[in-house]
Design a protein around this ligand. Structure first.
Ligand code: SF4
Length: 75
């Protein structure tokens, strides 16, 4: 079971970062919801392929995917 943890305070919002996490997710598991005036990610963990791309490429390190993976994808 994969867990998608988002630090909503740390996330700068999809409009500010260009929607990095959703843009790079191969199965399109990430959508956004409005929170405190910004768009923060929500993940469908049923279709997440667990490559940790969003976690590794978020510019402010707002995402944590559990369990950790040592050979995760980076760009
Ligand atoms: S979690 Fe990171 S990559 Fe995703 S919207 Fe927030 S700042 Fe951007």
């Amino acid at each position: 079971m994969v867990e998608f943890l988002i630090d909503k305070e740390r996330c700068i919002g999809a409009d500010a970062c260009g929607g990095t996490c959703a843009r790079i997710c191969p199965p399109d598991a990430i959508t956004y919801e409005e929170w405190e005036g910004k768009k923060v990610p929500v993940a469908d963990t049923e279709i997440c392929m667990k490559d940790h791309g969003c976690e590794n490429n978020c510019p402010v390190k707002a995402i944590t995917i559990l369990p950790p993976r040592s050979d995760s994808r980076d760009f």
